[in-house]
Design a protein around this ligand. Structure first.
Ligand code: ARG
Length: 297
């Protein structure tokens, strides 16, 4: 006598015939903003100091184009039009945080970037996403400060220079996910994505000195020693942790050969793209993209 959980072979064959393989997982998708109106117009982080109007728009355009081409080899890229008065809009990572078709739009800490919010909100609305606003009273700077672990079980959120810790609680509810707050203590690493990168295969690449001890304990509790890729200061200040990762490919600004070998030894293909013009505004590869869970409608 078969239990109700067993099926006979005829049924099994019929099921096999009816079986349709899962569609192959959607290609990764990123949102980018061409740097037609990019400039360093004000100082809201230490990298911008001394760099006001010091970047070349021609060079920035060339560097961005190379990044766009590199990202296009591993992902789909959607574009948002840059808007006058919002020179930092190229850093789409700060637009918000998106998962499963719902986006939490950023509330920028600095008034200089708050003008970007309606443009990003409109883009997401028109692209068919469910749009949630985050309160002005509790600044939240999107994916710049909020990164999912690669297995999707946890959301790491940075706080201190920009995002405030109390903005993390609603995120927990929005996606029903465990949220872990990390305190950023070095003004040079003012967004989480400047010093912390969850990578494929359960790895994490990070610059420990950017965090307080309690935060390091949380990182170390989640990632076992063999999964931690520690970045030295020389690479950290070249924005090595500001890395775009899709499967085994990592796209980042130029890094030292030691770090490159360390990553290659763990099976990653490294694509370096020179992004000096964007470093003048305090951003590099990962800041220039925002991960989307699906293409726009
Ligand atoms: N100038 C921009 C700012 O200070 C750079 C943003 C970099 N973005 C990032 N995701 N880390 O806000």
């Amino acid at each position: 006598m078969m239990s109700t959980h067993q099926i006979d072979l005829t049924t099994a064959n019929a099921l096999t015939a009816a079986y349709k393989p899962e569609p192959t997982p959607a290609v990764a998708t990123f949102l980018m903003c061409p740097p037609k109106l990019y400039d360093v117009d004000y100082v809201i982080n230490p990298w911008m100091a001394g760099n006001v109007h010091a970047s070349s728009r021609t060079r920035a355009a060339e560097q961005w184009q190379r990044l766009y081409e590199a990202v296009s080899t591993i992902a789909d890229v959607q574009l948002i039009e840059p808007q006058p008065g919002s020179p930092d809009m190229v850093f789409t990572a700060n637009a918000g945080l998106e998962r499963n078709g719902t986006v939490a739009i950023s509330s920028f800490f600095h008034p200089e970037r708050q003008g970007e919010e309606p443009h990003f909100r409109r883009w997401f609305h028109e692209a068919g996403y469910k749009v949630l606003d985050t309160p002005r009273a509790t600044p939240f700077e999107g994916e710049g400060d909020a990164l999912f672990s690669t297995d999707g079980t946890r959301l790491w959120v940075g706080y201190g220079p920009r995002t405030v810790a109390s903005s993390h609680h609603p995120l927990r509810k929005v996606w029903g996910i465990e949220v872990t707050s990390l305190h950023l203590i070095d003004p040079r690493f003012y967004h989480l994505d400047t010093c912390f990168a969850p990578l494929d295969g359960g790895y994490v690449m990070y610059f420990p000195e950017a965090f307080d001890r309690a935060s390091l304990d949380k990182i170390e509790a989640f990632y076992p020693p063999e999964k931690r890729i520690i970045v030295a200061e020389a690479d950290a200040i070249c924005f090595a942790c500001n890395a775009i990762n899709v499967d085994r490919t990592i796209i980042l600004n130029n890094i030292g050969s030691d770090l490159r070998h360390k990553l290659e030894a763990r099976g990653f293909d490294i694509i370096e793209v020179t992004l000096t013009e964007f470093l003048k505004a305090g951003g590099a590869a990962k800041c220039l993209v925002m991960k989307l869970s699906r293409p726009a409608l």
